[in-house]
Design a protein around this ligand. Sequence first.
Ligand code: HEC
Length: 139
Amino acid sequence: MTHRRSFGAMAGKSAVVVACLAALSAGIVAQDKRSVKTGVYTAAQSDRGQALFRSKCASCHAPNRFTDDLFYTSFAGKPMWEMFDVISDTMPEDNPASMTPEEYVDVMAYLLKLNNFPTGDTELPVGKDALSAIVMEKP
Ligand code: HEC
């Protein structure tokens, strides 16, 4: 009886520890998220992105395709990784996945500039973890 009760108490404690660790890591992830309103790309990067946009995207898209409600419905409130995933997988539509990750991210910096999001000191990063921590918004 005593043995059973102490075993129960131990199991209860480890469940609490697991729950605390889960809450802690969820808290860290939430804290690390940054909005695109906090300066997540540089001016030089969006300039490079603009040049790429002109050569790789403008034949099919007017810039205002990326400041309309359709665009926000697709991407606002979502991590920038989702935008990267869509664009790098499917665009340019006539030659998908033909650009480097750095080039796709530069074009995305230009899309942020089109939306008047502020520039900052660090470039919009390449990579799933880094882009997952930055959240697209409607301006
Ligand atoms: C050959 C034509 C063509 C080229 C070049 C092209 N696209 Fe597209 N793109 C399309 C079509 C067609 C669609 C689907 C219709 C739409 O959403 O406008 C689309 C859709 C998109 C979407 C989805 C928009 C949404 O709201 O879901 C994004 C983002 C996008 N393109 C970005 C780009 C970028 C960035 C480039 C340049 C690297 C590019 N496209 C080059 C034809 C093209």
